[in-house]
Ligand binder design. Structure first.
Ligand code: RDL
Ligand code: RDL
Ligand code: RDL
Length: 153
């Protein structure tokens, strides 16, 4: 089992390092890292991690900025990541933290780290322990900020 980590230099926190550290806490798997300039470069990085470097699942980590053009950029990157999943039949866990989700740099750093760690656990579950996800079905999970919880407790 090999997990790929694709991340960017645009992001303001080293999301790839955090993801690697978290995955290692939960599973003994190979890890392949691929750093690109920005989120629009992630789809092909993920495709190469899968097809050329033998990854079974990939995490794509990035930080869309707060401007309108960054939102468009994030949507395009997402479309590319979904296309790549369909082309390769492999999961790509997209971990995007929009810069304007946080009120300041301190909260942004916290959110980027927290969402990355929680999705790293999701990646391990998807790859190795899918039954763990089944137990969480319909429970209102979120990554980063608080879980919302089920509508009918
Ligand atoms: O291929 C080089 C760049 O075009 C690519 O790295 C882009 O993803 C860079 N980029 C933008 O051009 C932009 O307008 C990024 C953002 N916004 C953004 O919000 N977040 C990024 N990259 O990671
Ligand atoms: O690949 C991991 C996540 O990117 C993926 O599970 C997304 O579908 C999660 N997600 C968002 O990132 C988001 O901004 C979801 C929503 N919004 C949403 O409204 N409903 C979801 N997922 O089920
Ligand atoms: O309702 C508040 C948030 O859940 C909502 O704003 C989400 O869209 C925030 N979000 C993203 O914007 C995103 O790109 C989330 C994810 N990814 C994600 O992977 N997991 C989340 N929220 O819980």
């Amino acid at each position: 089992m090999k997990i790929g980590i694709a991340d960017t230099t645009f992001a303001r926190i080293d999301m790839g390092r955090i993801a690697t550290e978290e995955i290692r806490k939960h599973a003994s798997v190979g890890i392949e890292r691929y750093v690109v300039p920005g989120i629009k470069d992630l789809p092909v990085a993920c495709k190469k991690l899968i097809e050329e470097r033998g990854c079974d699942l990939v995490m794509a980590l990035g930080m869309p900025g707060g401007a309108a053009k960054d939102k468009v950029c994030a949507h395009e990157a997402s479309q590319g990541l979904i296309l790549c999943q369909l082309m390769t039949n492999r999961h790509i866990i997209e971990v995007f933290v929009h810069e304007d989700e946080a009120k300041d740099a301190k909260e942004l750093a916290w959110l980027m780290e927290q969402r990355t760690r929680e999705h790293a656990v999701n990646a391990v579950r998807l790859a190795l322990r899918p039954k763990d996800l089944e137990k969480l079905a319909g429970t209102g999970q979120r990554q980063g900020f608080e879980d919302v919880g089920p509508a009918r407790p």
